[in-house]
Write a protein that binds this ligand. Structure first.
Ligand code: IMP
Length: 446
């Protein structure tokens, strides 16, 4: 049996996992998404073409069998649109969807939008939080195995929709809500009642029927593939600091984005172990609200944003940028037990006089020993910086570690030392070829 690899965000998402999964997937037989939904955004550049994926695993672009596991939440219309937008040569039948995965309904997206006006978490408004809430509450929830069953949906919506509509009406302005439903979900709209159970059942069953051929017991596929000695790659979405348990709560997403999520979200039984590759940028970014100790509000922050093209793949929002946050990475390593790191976007730092890394925090003048659990405490933390020499050279054409400028190598080596994890991959540009491989990944030669 070969040990599967999990590619996991070590920061607040957007680390560049899509590129790494794309790179690794050529030597894998199965690529598995195990959490999140179409809140994720993976940009994969192949040659001149940029592919933006949200729910479809990046492995689809390399013609690999792919799974959306039970821990994901599926917006059926968005998934069908995304499948349609794939390059024509892509074999859609390679996608298997867990029959146990939950569905993101229009009610969830509407609740996310309405709640966001008050909470200010800065969600992607895709309905992810409310879909996971319904799953845990066992109310207003539909699983993929039920989606094509119009009769069952009609019964469920008739029983449960009035309570959801009341909640929506209590959260948002009525006229605005009516306009939004009429515009975005005309097939489900029902005048003053807002949403019609019968229309919704018809609408979703129609979408469900288009996805039925993809449904499967995906944990059997995952465990069966591993038992056959084939290679499985787990593709994480978001990042450790957005994990619902371990992240900067409540400014987190609603799923498990750390090591444990692989097992609960895919049904992998762990028999062949797990090799975890953490992905981090050479600096830190965050999109949405929440504490961010090393955030820069100066020209350096603007430069990182501009040079790194730091705009969200899913929402187009400008990402907040700052120097590399080592205490946050150490914390992420503590939870995930990274076997190696991929350091992304190192080329963005080229041309800077000096490069800073945050090596620790202080609180009221004293060194903080632990990564704080509360937003209030994290907001009080003052970063302690170490200045390293910058480098002027353009490194986008460099393909071996030894050919990087000395200052650039020192930066990478200092990061390894501070986190205590080897940096096995270094990315110096968006293309597949712009990658420096320093060591094999889980026995994999890339
Ligand atoms: P939600 O996942 O839409 O509920 O959003 C919750 C938080 O997670 C917000 O701060 C989002 O900006 C953030 N988030 C969700 N998905 C991603 C992602 O793929 N990359 C970066 N941030 C994300």
């Amino acid at each position: 049996m070969s040990t599967p690899i999990a590619v996991m965000g070590a920061q607040w998402g957007d680390e560049g996992k899509g590129k790494i999964v794309d790179l690794l997937s050529k030597d894998h037989d199965l690529v598995v998404r195990y959490q999140g939904g179409n809140n994720a955004g993976h940009t994969v550049q192949i040659g001149e073409h940029t592919h933006k994926l949200h729910l479809v695993p990046s492995g689809m672009l390399s013609g690999k069998e792919c799974v959306l596991g039970n821990g994901t939440v599926i917006e059926p219309r968005a998934l069908l649109d995304e499948l349609q937008a794939l390059p024509p040569a892509c074999d859609r039948s390679l996608l298997r969807i867990s029959e146990r995965a939950h569905v993101v309904l229009c009610t969830h997206a509407l609740l996310d939008w309405a709640a966001e006006q008050g909470s200010g978490i800065g969600t992607t408004k895709k309905g992810i939080g409310p879909a996971y809430t319904s799953k845990a509450a066992r109310f207003g929830a539909v699983r993929m195995c039920e989606l094509a069953n119009e009769r069952l949906l009609a019964e469920m919506f008739t029983r449960e929709l009035p309570r959801v509509v009341r909640e929506l009406m209590g959260l948002a302005d009525h006229a605005e809500l009516q306009r939004k439903v009429a515009m975005e979900y005309p097939g489900c709209h029902d005048g003053e009642h807002l949403l019609s159970p019968a229309k919704m059942a018809r609408y979703y069953a129609l979408l469900g029927r288009q996805l039925t051929s993809h449904l499967a017991n995906t944990s059997d596929i995952v465990n069966g593939t591993i038992a056959q000695g084939k290679r499985v790659l787990f593709e994480g979405a978001q990042g450790a600091m957005l994990d619902v348990d371990h992240g900067t709560y409540p400014y987190v997403t609603s799923s498990s984005t750390t090591r444990g999520g692989v097992f609960t979200g895919s049904g992998y039984n762990g028999s062949a172990g797990l090799y975890v590759l953490g992905v981090t940028k050479a600096y830190t970014t965050r999109v949405g609200a929440g504490p961010f100790p090393t955030e820069l509000h100066d020209a350096h922050g603007d430069a990182l944003c501009e040079r790194g093209h730091e705009f969200g793949t899913t929402t187009g929002r400008k990402r907040r940028c700052g120097w590399l946050d080592i205490p946050a990475l150490r914390y992420a390593h503590g939870i995930n037990g990274f076997d190696a790191l991929a350091l992304m976007k190192l080329d963005v730092l080229s041309g800077m006089e000096k490069v800073r890394v945050c090596t620790g925090y202080t609180h009221k003048g004293k060194a903080a020993s632990a990564f704080p659990a509360t937003t209030a405490d994290l907001e009080m933390m003052k970063p302690v910086y170490e200045d390293l020499q910058g480098w002027k050279e353009d490194i986008t054409g460099v393909r071996s570690f030894e050919d990087l400028p000395a200052a650039c190598r020192s930066y990478v080596e200092r990061i390894e030392q501070l986190i205590g994890v080897p940096v096995s991959l270094v990315s110096v540009g968006p293309e597949r070829s712009q990658t420096i491989v320093r060591a094999s990944i889980g026995g994999e030669r890339i």
